[in-house]
Design a protein around this ligand. Structure first.
Ligand code: GPW
Length: 834
C-alpha cells in the first residue's frame, strides 16, 4: 500500500462519483471513445450499452471500495454465503435502480440519441445457475447489501452458464452459453491466486505439539484459483458487497515448455486444459445428483479457495482462534459446499495445529446448512473410492467425524445398532457412498428448510433420526423470499409507480409490509381501473414478444395462464398440458353458441429440461405438439392458444411475470420445497392455481383462501396414494385423464410412440407423481378460474388484496431471520463522508 506521507495526496486525487445528466453523458462518451476506442461513426446500441455500463460501474466501484474499507475497519462478524449457483440475470438496470441513477441515465442516453430500454436489452444474462436455488442466492445478495450486512458471496466463475435452449422441430436442443465476451461487471484479481491440491497421498510426518504423528497430504496435482470480484449494490444505501467467483488455471506458468520444446505440443497443453476444465461449465441439473468426478472437483476447488481466503482474512485481525465463530458465519446453500466443513477442520488440525475437539467446536459453531429438497434423486451421495482417490486426507477426516459422531449417538442411545446404521455418513453398499446431507447436519449448528411445510417434512422424514439425536432447536425454518427491487420495481415499473402513489412513496421497496396500505383503496374505482390497465399493458408487451419470436398472435384480452420453471415430473407440467388437451377436446365438442360463452385462454409454458432428462424432454415435445395442433385449429383458436417460450431465463421472467392472470404451481404435495416464482407472480397482481405445497401454503395464509385457487391431495396422503397405485387391486385411471391419454395414443399430437414413456409413467410406472389422483380436482379448479375471470371487478379485488398482503415474502425478511437466528450478525451502515 501507499506509504503514510503520500496518502494525503492520494486522498486529494481520489476518484469521485459523477452526479447529474451532463457529467454522466461526459463519462459515457469518454468510455465509448477511450475504453472502447469507438466514435460517433460506429456507436451502435451495443457500444452505447458498454459506455453506459462502464459509466455506471465507475460510481458503483467507488461505493464498493468504500464499503470494503469500512467493513475491514469495523472488523465485525461477516457472513459468507457459499453457493455453486448465482443466477444474477442482467446487472445494468438493477445497478441504476439501486444506486438511484436510472432517471439520470435515461435522460442522459436520450440526449445522446439512444433509448434506455434498448440499451438495457443489449446485456447478456449472467446465468450461473439452474433455477430456484441459484436465483434465491441472487435475491439474498441483493437483500444483504440493501440491509447493510457485511457479507460476501463465494461461487464459481463458469465460462459456460446454463445452456441456451433452442426448440428444433418441437424438441429441445442445447447450445453453449458463452457469456464472457464483454462482461464489465467483474474484476479479475490476479494477485488473489490460491493453490488447490487434488489426488496425492497421505504420509506420516513429524510429531505435533500434542505428541501425535502428523498426517501430511502431499504429492498431488495443483490447480490455481484466481478470484474475480463482482460488486453487489444495495438499494437506497451505499453498501456495496462483494461476490467472489473463482476461475481455475494451471499453477505455475502457461504450459509445460519442456514438453512443448521436445515436440509434445498436445501434451503441453493437456495439463492446462485439464486445469481450466474445472470452472468451465455449470452442471445443468436441477434437483438431480449426477455424481460425476468433475463436479466433485468443482466443489472442492471452490470450497478450498474460499476457505483459504476466509481464514487468511481472519488471521489478519490477529485474534485467537477461539474467536473464529464470533467473526465468521458460513452458510451452505444446499450440500454442494459440504466439503467446507471437512476443509476447515483440516486447516485447523493439520495446518494450524489445533486439537481435534477444539477445532471441531469452532467448525460446528461456524456453519449453517440450508436444505432445499426432499427428493431422493437430488440428495448428494459421493462414492467412497472417488473421494479416496481425489481427496485422501479429507476421507480420513470424514471417517473420524463420523466415528466420533456415532460414538456420541451410541452413548445417547445404547445398543440401537439400526440407528447407527441409519445415521452413519457412510452408507453400506457397493460402492460405499457418503451421505453429504448427514455430514452437513453433523458439522453445522443450524439446519433450515425453506418453507414451513418443507421444514416440518424434513424433521419428520429424511432427518427424523437427527432431530432425536440433536434436539428440535438445531432445526429451524426460514421461508424463502424474493427481492421486490428486481421483481416489482425493475420488472414492473408502472405497477411500482402506481403503488408508490398510494402508499406514500417508494419506502415499501425497503419495507414490503407497507404494501398493506393498498387495502384502503380496494373500493377506489379509478385506482382499480389503473391497476387493470397496467396488467393489460404487461400482457400486450408479452404478446408482442411472443409475436416477434414465434410469429403467433395471441389475444391480450384472453386469460394468460403461465407455467414457467424448470421442466420436471414433480412440477407436473404434464398435468398442465393434459388439462389443455382436455379443454381442447371439450371446445371441439361444443356448438358455436356454447363456445361463445367460454373464456378465451392463452396457455404459456417456458423452462429448460436437464439435457439427460429424457422424460422432461418428452413433456416439452408434447407441449409444442399440442401448440402446433391447437394454434392452427380455426374452430377453436380464438379460445385457446398454446405457446412455448424458448430459453426461459431471468431477463425473460422480468417480462413474463408481470403478464400473468393465473400462474401454475402444481407440484405433487410435499415435493416442491418452497417455490419462489409463486411469490413473484402474486407480487405482480397475478393469481395462482396451485397445490398445498411449499410456500403456496404460507401464501394462502397471508392473502386468504378466497384469493387463491387450491387443488389436489395433501402431502399427508401422498404415501398412501402411492401405495395404492403400487399394490392396490383394480385401480382405474381417472376418466377425464383416460380421455386425454386416448387422444394422445390416437396420434392426434403426432406419432404416439413419441409419448410412450410419458403414458407408461401413468400406468406401469405407478403414476409416482399422482397426476391421475389430482387431475379431476385440477380440471374443476380451472373451471372455477374461468368463472372468476368473468367477473373482472371481483378479479381486480383479489389481485389488489393479494398484493397488499405479500409483505412477508420479501427476501429482506428472510435475510433478517437468517441474521438473527443463524448467523448472529449486525448491519454496518456506512456513514456518508463528512
Ligand atoms: F436439489 N432447488 C433448485 F435441493 O432450484 F439442490 N435446484 C436444486 O438443485 C435444489 C433445489 C436441490 C429449489 C427447490 O426446488 C425450490 O422448491 C426452492 O424454492 C428453491 O430451491 C430455493 O429454495
Amino acid at each position: 500500500s501507499i506509504p503514510q506521507p503520500l496518502r494525503e495526496i492520494w486522498r486529494k486525487l481520489s476518484a469521485s462519483e459523477f452526479t447529474g445528466k451532463e457529467q454522466f453523458q461526459k463519462e459515457v462518451v469518454r468510455h465509448v471513445e477511450t475504453t472502447l476506442a469507438r466514435s460517433i461513426y460506429n456507436c451502435d446500441d451495443n457500444a452505447a450499452y458498454s459506455g453506459t455500463a462502464l459509466a455506471i460501474r465507475d460510481n458503483l466501484v467507488i461505493k464498493w471500495n468504500k464499503t470494503q474499507q469500512h467493513q475491514t475497519l469495523q472488523d465485525q462478524k461477516r457472513v459468507y454465503y457459499l453457493s455453486l449457483e448465482f443466477l444474477m440475470g442482467r446487472t445494468l438496470d438493477n445497478a441504476m435502480l439501486n444506486t438511484g441513477l436510472k432517471d439520470t441515465a435515461r435522460e442522459g442516453v436520450s440526449g445522446l440519441g439512444f433509448r434506455i430500454e434498448d440499451i438495457i436489452d443489449q446485456e447478456h444474462d449472467a446465468a450461473l445457475g439452474n433455477g430456484g436455488l441459484g436465483r434465491l442466492a441472487a435475491c439474498f445478495l441483493d437483500s444483504l447489501a440493501t440491509l447493510n450486512y457485511p457479507a460476501w458471496g463465494y461461487g464459481l466463475r463458469y465460462r459456460y452458464g446454463i445452456f441456451k435452449q433452442e426448440i428444433i422441430n418441437g424438441f429441445q436442443a442445447e447450445v453453449p452459453d458463452y457469456w464472457l465476451d464483454f462482461n464489465p461487471w467483474e474484476f479479475p484479481r490476479h494477485d488473489v491466486a490460491i493453490d488447490v491440491m487434488f489426488y496425492g497421498t497421505v504420509n506420516p510426518g513429524p510429531r505435533d505439539d500434542h505428541g501425535n504423528i502428523k498426517k501430511v497430504w502431499e504429492g498431488g496435482e495443483i490447480v490455481q484459483a484466481i478470484a474475480y470480484d463482482v460488486p453487489i449494490p444495495g438499494y437506497g444505501t451505499d453498501c456495496t458487497n462483494n461476490l467472489r467467483l473463482w476461475s481455475s488455471k494451471p499453477s505455475g506458468g502457461e504450459f509445460d515448455f519442456g514438453k512443448f520444446n521436445s515436440g509434445d505440443y498436445e501434451g503441453s497443453i493437456r495439463d492446462q486444459q485439464r486445469a481450466e476444465t474445472i470452472s468451465a461449465v455449470l452442471y445443468p441439473n436441477d434437483n438431480i445428483d449426477a455424481g460425476k468426478e468433475l463436479r466433485l472437483k468443482q466443489q472442492y476447488f471452490w470450497v478450498a479457495a474460499s476457505l483459504h481466503d476466509i481464514v487468511r482474512r481472519f488471521k489478519k485481525s490477529h485474534r485467537p482462534w477461539k474467536e473464529f465463530p464470533e467473526q465468521v458465519a458460513i452458510q451452505l446453500n444446499d450440500t454442494h459446499p459440504t466439503l467446507a466443513i471437512v476443509e476447515l477442520q483440516r486447516i485447523f488440525i493439520d495446518i494450524e495445529n489445533l486439537a481435534w475437539d477444539e477445532a471441531w467446536s469452532l467448525v460446528t459453531r461456524t456453519f449453517g446448512y440450508t436444505n432445499h429438497t426432499v427428493l431422493p434423486e437430488a440428495l448428494e451421495k459421493w462414492s467412497v473410492p472417488l473421494v479416496q482417490n481425489l481427496l485422501p486426507r479429507h476421507l480420513q477426516i470424514i471417517y473420524d467425524i463420523n466415528l466420533f459422531f456415532l460414538q456420541s449417538v451410541e452413548r445417547k442411545f445404547p445398543k440401537d445398532r439400526d440407528l447407527l446404521r441409519r445415521v452413519s455418513v457412510v452408507e453400506e453398499g457397493t460402492p460405499q457412498v457418503l451421505r453429504m446431507a448427514y455430514l452437513a447436519i453433523i458439522g453445522s449448528h443450524k439446519v433450515n428448510g425453506v418453507a414451513e411445510l418443507h421444514s416440518d417434512l424434513i424433521k419428520a422424514t429424511i432427518f427424523k433420526d437427527f432431530v432425536d439425536i440433536f434436539g428440535q432447536d438445531k432445526f429451524t425454518n426460514v421461508t424463502n423470499g424474493i427481492t421486490p427491487r428486481r421483481w416489482l420495481h425493475q420488472a414492473n415499473p408502472k405497477l411500482s409507480d402506481l403503488i408508490a402513489s398510494k402508499v406514500g412513496g417508494y419506502d415499501f421497496l425497503q419495507d414490503l409490509t407497507k404494501l398493506s396500505v393498498l387495502e384502503k383503496y380496494i373500493d377506489d374505482k379509478t385506482f382499480k381501473k389503473e391497476w387493470m390497465e397496467i396488467k393489460l399493458a404487461a400482457k400486450v408487451k408479452l404478446a408482442k414478444y411472443i409475436k416477434d419470436t414465434t410469429q403467433i398472435a395471441v389475444n391480450p384480452h384472453s386469460l394468460f395462464d403461465i407455467q414457467v420453471k424448470r421442466i420436471h415430473e414433480y412440477k407436473r407440467q404434464q398435468m398442465n398440458i393434459f388439462g389443455v388437451i382436455y379443454r381442447y377436446l371439450r371446445l371441439k365438442e361444443m356448438t358455436p353458441e356454447e363456445r361463445k360463452k367460454q373464456v378465451p385462454r392463452t396457455s404459456i409454458f417456458g423452462g429448460k429440461a436437464a439435457p439427460g432428462y429424457w422424460m422432461a424432454k418428452t413433456i416439452i415435445r408434447l407441449i409444442t405438439a399440442v401448440g402446433e395442433v391447437v394454434n392452427q385449429d380455426e374452430e377453436t383458436n380464438c379460445l385457446l392458444k398454446v405457446i412455448f417460450i424458448e430459453d426461459y431465463n431471468v431477463s425473460k421472467a422480468e417480462v413474463i411475470v408481470p403478464a400473468s392472470d393465473i400462474s401454475e404451481h402444481i407440484s405433487t404435495a410435499g415435493t416442491e420445497a418452497s417455490g419462489t416464482s409463486n411469490m413473484k407472480f402474486v407480487l405482480n397482481g397475478g393469481l395462482i392455481i396451485g397445490t398445498c405445497d411449499g410456500a403456496n401454503i404460507e401464501i394462502t395464509r397471508e392473502i386468504g383462501e378466497e384469493n387463491i385457487f387450491l387443488l389436489g391431495n395433501l402431502a399427508e396422503h401422498v404415501e398412501d396414494l402411492r401405495h395404492q397405485h403400487r399394490f392396490g387391486k383394480d385401480v382405474v385411471m381417472d376418466l377425464k385423464l383416460r380421455e386425454v391419454c386416448d387422444a394422445i395414443e390416437a396420434g392426434r399430437f403426432g406419432p404416439e410412440q413419441t409419448y410412450s414413456g410419458l403414458m407408461s409413467a401413468l400406468t406401469t410406472g405407478c403414476d409416482y407423481y399422482l397426476v391421475s389422483d389430482d387431475f379431476s380436482s385440477y380440471i374443476a379448479t380451472q373451471d372455477l378460474v374461468d368463472e372468476a375471470y368473468k367477473d373482472q371487478d371481483g378479479w381486480a379485488t383479489k389481485s389488489i388484496t393479494s398484493v397488499a398482503r405479500m409483505g412477508f415474502f420479501s427476501a429482506d425478511r428472510a435475510i433478517n431471520e437468517y441474521a438473527d437466528e443463524i448467523w448472529n450478525i449486525e448491519p454496518s451502515k456506512i456513514e456518508p463522508r463528512s
